[in-house]
Write a protein that binds this ligand. Structure first.
Ligand code: WTA
Length: 649
């Protein structure tokens, strides 16, 4: 295959237009029409979103598309709808009735397919089972599972009855689970005996049992048998998933919910040690996710959409479960690790099932590159027609490798920028009409109005780096932080009133393409997991040997960023390698393995400003092995810095 790039001197100037046969068949295939649509959406955003919303099912139509009292928005006010109805029931009277909704492959190699009719039936039954356990509209349900179809069933069942789900990533430890359950006040926890990860069992039920020692709100636990691991069953509290289904009265009538009824809470990292419960509501989220899935992935009836994200993250919510189902597509779900039993697992999955869209993260792509071209080469990947990435900036080498080696040069690559808070994709190329530049997420979607600004709020010039803002509300935006509206206001809207602060840096080039430059705050991206360094610090400080900790990131070839922890010890504790391992394990225990610092360095004291703030900028430079630059007059103890730098790891 010839490289379709139009080369020029500057690497960033390479343009990858979609191949002609892709364009001919694409949903959106005229650049002029697309530009007109974007212009129109900017001129009258409410009409734009209402037009999309009209394609979905509402029991009652809205009185007003948008009610905006900054920073609080109500979308489709007065309307009622049901997301599960739109994902399932809506398709049952069409040719999609017996179409596969989910194709699932377990890590051990077992495969299951659920048609829309089958998924609908199971969701109705499980919704009935939840009601049987006393779950009512507005109650919170925690879902702590691996990537199994029942996780999607549980989410949809909650949506059907108006219970608010809080999916907690199955990689989180008992303590992190406990905190999330308590913050949401969950009444029921849905879990499984254990999940498969690299051939080993992750003991989810054991973690739930530990978490539930301190979760007064939980009344019931539903346990799916997946691996057959031995579990303890607490009488009256614990219920078997399939036994419940067998005796449940199906809930066939979906609850008619207000468009602004909360749909889910999803915890994400912020700049403080306490995770934020991002709240999404029903109607707006549905509209944003429906349209972005269809347009960005150029979704066709016959597609098999393979998004590798875990449902514990927002990408799994929006692009494994809700987006594909809202569009009547087939979503391919894989349970396990990409390198089990070997590093060609994803390629063999794509070949065996005939996936046509692959949506994954740059960190995964870098791992695939490292594992070698011979692995994908052994598999027939010709079913693929579109590739996507999300989660962090993708370096041009990884982008072009993905395009060439996985996509065979014929698949457009959509680099999609968005966040847990935005609910749906915000910046991405329309694959057929926006030629891609490797490393750029390109243009905002129709109806999304963004700016790159200086610290004083004035617009940056071309190629000038600044803060990325969203200038107006959009339907799938978060509505608040669960139980902490002040934090919502402060974190996202206080700095530039009426405009949403994304927390990311960006620049816009002379063609209007956006280049994301990473976080401007103390939130880092480690192997696609968004982590607040403060969370890791809190975990470290909770160890009895630790007096103080500062965690910073340094660039890492594979993981994007790696964590370096600077730790001062309480007197009486010796700085030993054994203690380093203990502390790393302690973080794994408190948060999860993915949060383990890559390097722990002991220091006599941490560099601080006169007001006592840890000087992270300096620590970052130390962590990266750079010379200290800039002003250090606010340092309390300059010796501290010298000691740190000479400290050999
Ligand atoms: C980063 C994941 C560059 C960004 C959907 C954002 C990206 C954070 C991209 C949100 C991209 C996501 N290019 N950076 N295409 N996509 N990010 O909440 O820093 O887990 O703020 O949502 O990931 O991470 P979150």
């Amino acid at each position: 295959m010839t490289d379709p790039a139009i080369r020029s001197v500057l690497k960033e100037d390479r343009l990858f237009p979609a191949p002609a046969d892709f364009v001919t068949r694409a949903r959106i295939h005229s650049r002029d029409a697309y530009d007109a649509r974007r212009a129109q959406a900017l001129a009258s955003p409410e009409a734009h979103w209402a037009e999309i919303a009209c394609e979905l099912h509402w029991y009652r139509m809205w009185d007003r598309v948008l009610d905006w009292k900054p920073p609080h928005a109500r979308w489709f006010g007065g309307a009622t709808t049901n997301l599960a109805f739109n994902c399932l029931d809506r398709h049952l009277h069409t040719a999609r009735r017996h179409k596969a909704a989910l194709v699932w492959e377990g890590e051990p190699g077992d495969v299951r397919t659920m048609t829309y009719a089958q998924l609908h039936r199971e969701v109705c039954l499980f919704a009935g089972a939840l009601e049987g356990l006393g779950v009512r509209k507005g109650d919170r349900v925690a879902i702590y599972m691996g990537m199994v179809p029942e996780a999607a069933v549980a989410m949809l069942a909650c949506a059907r009855i108006g219970a608010v789900h809080s999916v907690v990533f199955g990689g989180f430890a008992a303590e992190a689970l406990r905190d999330r359950i308590n913050d949401a006040g969950a009444k029921v926890v849905i879990t499984q005996d254990a999940s498969w990860r690299r051939g080993k069992e992750v003991p989810l039920k054991v973690n739930v049992d530990r978490a539930l020692e301190e979760t007064p709100s939980v009344e019931h636990v539903v346990v799916l048998r997946r691996t057959g691991a031995a579990i303890t069953r607490v009488a009256g509290r614990d219920h078997d998933f399939h036994e419940l289904l067998a005796s449940a009265k199906p809930r066939t009538e979906p609850e008619q919910l207000d468009a602004e009824h909360p749909l889910f809470i999803l915890y994400t990292s912020g700049t403080t040690g306490k995770p934020k419960g991002v709240v999404h509501t029903t109607g707006g989220y549905m509209v944003g996710v429906f349209a972005s899935t269809r347009d960005v992935f150029d979704l066709r009836e016959e597609d098999l959409h393979f998004c590798t994200a875990d449902i514990g993250w927002v990408t799994g919510h929006s692009y494994v479960v809700y987006g594909p189902l809202l569009n009547g597509a087939t979503s391919l779900m894989y349970e396990g690790a990409p390198d089990h039993p070997d590093q060609a697992r994803l390629w063999s999955i794509i070949e065996r099932h005939g996936a046509s869209i692959l949506y994954t993260a740059p960190t995964a792509i870098r791992a695939f590159m490292k594992w070698g071209d011979h692995l994908p080469a052994r598999h027939d990947l010709s079913s693929l027609r579109l590739l996507g990435t999300v989660g962090e900036p993708i370096n041009p080498e990884a982008w072009t490798w993905y395009h060439r080696t996985i996509g065979g040069g014929r698949c457009p690559v959509v680099d999609t920028w968005w966040q847990t808070e935005t609910g749906a994709i915000m910046i991405a190329p329309m694959p057929a009409v926006v030629p891609q530049k490797p490393g750029s997420a390109t243009l905002p979607l129709p109806g999304i109005d963004v700016s790159v600004v200086r610290h004083d709020g004035t617009e940056c010039g071309p190629n000038e780096g600044g803060l990325l803002l969203v200038n107006r509300p959009w339907p799938s935006m978060l509505r608040t932080v669960w139980g902490d509206d002040a934090r919502y206001v402060e974190q996202y809207w206080a700095r530039f009133p009426g405009r949403y602060l994304t927390g990311d840096g960006a620049r816009r080039d002379e063609d209007g393409y956006l280049w994301l430059m990473g976080r401007i705050d103390d939130v880092v991206n480690v192997a696609g997991h968004r982590l607040g360094t403060a969370e890791v610090e809190s975990a470290l400080v909770s160890h009895p040997a630790v007096a103080e900790a500062a965690v910073v990131a340094r660039p890492d070839e594979l993981k994007g960023e790696a964590l370096v922890a600077f730790v001062t010890l309480k007197t009486g504790h010796d700085a030993t390698d054994v203690l380093k391992t203990t502390l790393a394990d302690h973080v794994a225990q408190e948060i999860g393995k993915f949060a383990k610092p890559d390097v722990i360095r002991f220091a006599a004291a941490l560099p601080k400003t006169r007001s006592g703030k840890i000087m992270r900028r300096l620590l970052r430079e130390v962590a990266q092995g750079k010379q200290t630059t800039g002003d250090t007059t606010t340092l309390e103890d300059l010796n501290v810095l010298a000691t740190l730098r000479s400290d050999d790891e």
